[in-house]
Design a protein around this ligand. Structure first.
Ligand code: PLP
Length: 297
C-alpha cells in the first residue's frame, strides 16, 4: 500500500543545540500528506485484521479535528474497506471542516452525535452494537494492533546509533510501539501534548511487550497550556526551527516536541555525546487551521 520510500532521517543543527549533542529527525511526515506519519503505522494491522476477519468495514470515532479520522478514511479507501466515523459534536455536520471534508471525500460515512451521547456511547459500547461485524478502532488508534504497527517505525531507517528517542504523545500508542522495539540501551521519552495526562503512564504500560527497552519516561511539563493551545512563543519557535533546519512542524504535536527537546537539551537532560532521534509524527495538515502567513512555510 503506502510506500516508505519518501521517509528520510535528517540530521539537524540549530543555534540552541549544545555542541556535545547530535540530533536527527525521522521524517514520517513525508509518507503522505493526509495519512500523516504515525497514523498509518497505527492503522496497518487494524486494516489487516478487518480484512482477515471479513469484517463489513472499520468503525472508529473521534473529534472533528482528529488526524486519526482523516487518516482512517484514506487508509480504508486504499484498502477497499468501508468505514464509518462517529464524530463528537452534532453541530459539525452543518459545516464540514477541512478534516471532515477530506474524510468524507475519501468515502468515510460520518455519523454525528452530541458530546453526551459520544461519551456515554463510548462507555457502553453502543456503536459496536449498532454496527455489527465492523472492526472497531478505538479513538486515536489506541489498541494493541496500533502499537504493533508503531513497533515498525524504528526499522524504516537504521536508528541503532541513537541513544535517545523522543516523540510527542496523544494516546501514547506510538510511544508504546517505540518502547517495544527500541534497543535495551536506548532511552525512549514521550512528550504529552495534553494537560494532566498522567493517566498515560498506565495506558502505555498496558501496551508494552517483552523485548524492548526498560528505559522509558513520560515528561509532563511540555504541553504549553494544553491540547491545541498555541502561544506566540510556539509559533515563533516553529518558524525559527523551520528557518534553521528546513523542517516543518505542526502546532499540536511536533512543534511542542521540538520545543521540549530544546528545553531538555538546555537543562542537561541528555548526557554528553548523546545522539537524539526525534520522531516527526506528521500532522502538518493541522496547520491549515491557521490564517495564512502566520507560519513561514
Ligand atoms: C495522532 C498524533 C500523535 C499522537 O500519537 P499517539 O500514538 O496517540 O500518542 C502525534 N503526532 C501527530 C502528528 C499525530 O497526528
Amino acid at each position: 500500500m503506502l510506500s516508505y520510500d519518501h521517509i528520510t532521517l535528517d540530521p539537524f543543527q540549530t543555534s540552541w543545540l549544545p555542541a556535545h549533542l547530535s540530533a536527527g529527525m525521522l521524517r514520517l511526515d513525508k509518507i503522505h500528506p493526509e495519512i500523516s506519519g504515525n497514523k498509518w503505522f497505527k492503522l496497518k494491522y487494524n486494516i489487516a485484521a478487518a480484512k482477515a476477519n471479513n469484517c463489513r468495514g472499520i468503525l472508529t470515532y473521534g473529534g472533528a479535528y482528529s488526524n486519526h479520522i482523516a487518516a482512517t478514511a484514506l487508509a480504508c479507501k486504499e484498502a477497499g474497506l468501508h468505514c464509518t466515523g462517529v464524530i463528537r459534536g452534532e453541530e459539525h455536520h452543518k459545516h464540514l471542516n477541512h478534516t471532515l471534508q477530506t474524510a468524507e471525500n475519501n468515502g468515510m460515512e460520518l455519523v454525528f452525535v452530541s458530546r453526551e451521547d459520544y461519551r456515554s456511547g463510548k462507555a457502553a459500547n453502543t456503536w459496536e452494537m449498532m454496527f455489527p461485524h465492523y472492526h472497531i478502532v478505538p479513538e486515536g488508534g489506541h489498541n494493541a494492533a496500533g502499537a504493533k504497527g508503531c513497533g515498525e517505525i524504528l526499522s524504516v531507517l537504521p536508528a541503532i546509533g541513537f541513544t535517545h528517542i523522543l516523540c510527542a504523545a496523544g494516546t501514547g500508542t506510538t510511544l508504546a510501539g517505540l518502547i517495544n522495539s527500541a534497543q535495551p540501551y536506548q532511552q525512549v521519552t514521550g512528550i504529552p501534548v495534553l494537560k494532566g495526562a498522567q493517566y498515560l503512564e498506565k495506558e502505555v504500560a498496558g501496551l508494552l511487550q517483552p523485548g524492548g527497552t526498560s528505559h522509558w519516561q513520560l515528561l509532563y511539563g511540555h504541553h504549553g497550556g494544553g491540547y491545541a493551545k498555541k502561544t506566540p512563543a510556539l509559533i515563533d519557535f516553529i518558524n525559527s526551527f523551520y528557518n534553521e533546519t528546513g523542517i516543518p512542524t505542526d502546532i499540536i504535536y511536533t512543534g511542542k516536541l521540538v520545543m521540549a527537546f530544546r528545553e531538555l537539551a538546555q537543562q542537561g537532560y541528555f548526557p554528553e555525546n548523546s545522539k537524539v532521534l526525534l520522531i516527526h509524527t506528521g500532522g502538518l495538515q493541522g496547520n491549515l487551521s491557521l490564517p495564512p502567513g502566520v507560519l513561514s512555510f
